[in-house]
Design a protein around this ligand. Structure first.
Ligand code: C5P
Length: 223
């Protein structure tokens, strides 16, 4: 049997990761955090001393790091050249540079190919996969049977992200999310866009369990 693909896009802090992981665990599917792949690429560029604002240098170097994703939703992993970078990719420095790196077409070409390989493998070897990011419903897996665009108010997103990164400065968090969303939705290659065939789920007033239950129901109806 062919595995199911559940594609989830949305802006930063909309609850994509928690939702995607919860759905994958509930239905024994694999899980892929594509944002972690762009962060891993960015971590490596910074580690190499590459100027992330120089798109040509970024493009030229982008074929070098070997990025490996573990897709168990209970324990997802991200390695670069054999090094576990799960914690290192969540720093302010990486978060501040990732939108510049992810706007470079050569970076996207390479990571999208890796994402599609991971999806194909999950559909062969498991019941399917939940994939989250910014261009999953539009570019990576436009034919996915379940396509969701998660949204939440700027306030709700800043509150959630502030808890995640353990800061009291919600205004600064909101400003950072707004900056990243603007860059991610205005870049020319694969911008974050909401398409008509993706179901919009506004989560500001829903609990995580409620959001997971809605997506699980959609997935059950799709098989
Ligand atoms: O999801 P997360 O916030 O960790 O993503 C980090 C960054 O990676 C985003 O701000 C965006 O620049 C980039 N990204 C992307 N395409 C994806 C997933 C993430 O460009 N599919």
């Amino acid at each position: 049997a062919e595995g199911i693909v559940i594609a989830i896009d949305g802006p930063s802090g909309s609850g994509k990761s928690s939702t995607a992981k919860g759905v994958a665990r509930a239905r024994e599917l694999r899980y892929l955090d594509t944002g972690a792949m762009y962060r891993a690429m960015t971590w490596w560029m910074l580690d190499q001393g590459i100027d992330v604002d120089d798109a040509d240098s970024v493009a030229e170097a982008s074929s070098r790091p070997v990025i490996t994703m573990g897709t168990d939703p209970a324990a997802p992993t991200v390695d670069v050249d054999g090094t576990d970078v799960a914690a290192a990719i969540r720093t302010q420095e990486v978060t501040g540079s990732v939108s510049a790196v992810s706007a470079v077409p050569a970076v996207r070409e390479r990571l999208v190919a890796l994402q599609r390989e991971t999806i194909a493998r999950a559909c062969r070897e498991a019941a399917g996969i939940v994939v989250e990011g910014r261009d999953i419903t539009t570019v990576v897996a436009p034919d996915a049977p379940v396509k969701i665009f998660l949204t939440a108010s700027a306030e709700a997103r800043a509150n959630r992200r502030s808890k995640e990164v353990d800061t009291d400065d919600i205004a600064a968090t909101q400003a950072d999310l707004a900056r990243r969303d603007l860059l991610d939705s205005t870049r020319s290659d694969s911008p974050l866009t909401q398409t008509e065939d993706a179901l919009e789920l506004e989560t500001s007033n829903l609990t995580l369990d409620e959001v997971i239950a809605i997506v699980v129901k959609l997935a059950d109806e799709a098989v």
